[in-house]
Design a protein around this ligand. Structure first.
Ligand SMILES: Cc1cc2nc3c(=O)[nH]c(=O)nc-3n(C[C@H](O)[C@H](O)[C@H](O)COP(=O)(O)OP(=O)(O)OC[C@H]3O[C@@H](n4cnc5c(N)ncnc54)[C@H](O)[C@@H]3O)c2cc1C
Length: 272
């Protein structure tokens, strides 16, 4: 199948992009890397009247230091994120995204906006309590990562809004562990663990519609509890479903193991 016909608007700046979204009365889609949107268009699961191309907007591909972390522009490609050294945890997570071709086009903003429950960046954003910068014709606002993702492929983005950047705090220590059948596949279970401001935050992806923060496990880890207690608390906090990829029971078992690996990994890295 081919996409249904659409008009194409190449935005010159953020204001132009969000105005084009507003002018289409909810019948427009931003296209960034196109890695998730184009397949959806091709099978006509989406039939927007207008595609707003943001790829030529200047200033959205930056990675700059901000207080306590880095600001990632919405158009930063996964490949660049994997290569940068300013935020090692993000670099590690980006290396797990798809294959080289996908990483060379896919963007940070696109990954968060698409909100795939198995995607890596939303899990890291949840663990780091990232701040998402949004623009619309009405002005700008910020959203916490936790408030932004509300369900599988569902966010609080308004029809005339776009992501411009994401602030990712820099953790003192961190771990990232993912289980997928083959390298490059979406993760069945993805765990991001980060120590920020002396407290651990642990987010698990692939076990629900949105990344799950396992708060009791975090507190146990902060208090120095044995890893078995921490992983048991993490498993108790999730309610995964069964699908063609894995049963709920399997995902629970993988969560215990990959929370353990993420936390063991951080200890090794901290000691290195
Ligand atoms: C074969 C294959 C394997 C993949 N494997 C993985 C994987 O293992 N892990 C993973 O995380 N992802 C994976 N992906 C998805 C990939 O990471 C995409 O790049 C990402 O999900 C979307 O980014 P994009 O820039 O391509 O967005 P697009 O496809 O251009 O857009 C996706 C959605 O986000 C919206 N959007 C894009 N940018 C913005 C913005 N700045 N503001 C508001 N809305 C915006 C679009 O309107 C659209 O609804 C895979 C994709 C393919 C095709």
């Amino acid at each position: 199948m081919k996409p249904a016909p659409f008009d194409y608007h190449r935005a010159t700046c953020v204001r132009d992009a969000v105005q084009a979204l507003a002018d289409a009365d909810g019948d427009a889609k931003i296209i960034a890397g196109g890695q998730s949107l184009v397949p959806v268009l091709a099978v006509r699961m989406a039939r927007p009247k207008v595609l707003v191309d943001i790829n030529r907007i200047p200033g959205l591909s930056m990675i700059v230091p901000v207080d306590g972390g880095v600001r990632i522009g919405a158009l930063v490609r996964h490949a660049r994120l994997a290569e940068q050294t300013a935020h090692p945890m993000l670099a590690e997570a980006a290396r797990w995204i798809g294959h080289a071709a996908i990483r060379s086009r896919g963007t940070s903003g696109g990954s968060l906006a698409h909100a795939d429950p198995a995607a890596e960046l939303p899990v890291v954003a949840a663990a780091l309590e990232a701040t998402i910068h949004l623009a619309s014709p009405r002005g700008t606002r910020t959203s916490s990562a936790a408030d932004f993702c509300v369900g599988a492929l569902e966010t609080t983005l308004e029809e005339d809004e776009m992501i411009t950047a994401i602030d990712m705090p820099l953790p003192q220590r961190w771990g990232f562990a993912e289980f997928s059948r083959r390298h490059g596949d979406f993760g069945l279970v993805t765990v991001a663990a980060a120590e920020v401001g002396g407290h651990w935050r642990i987010a698990v992806g692939g076990v629900g519609g949105v990344p799950v923060r396992v708060k009791e496990a975090e507190q146990l880890h902060d208090s120095g509890a044995p890893l078995e207690k921490v992983t048991a608390a993490a498993v108790a906090a999730i309610s995964p479903g069964s699908d063609i990829h894995a049963s709920a029971e399997y995902r629970r078992a993988m969560t215990a193991e990959f929370v353990r690996r993420a936390l063991v990994q951080q200890k090794e890295r901290a000691a290195a």
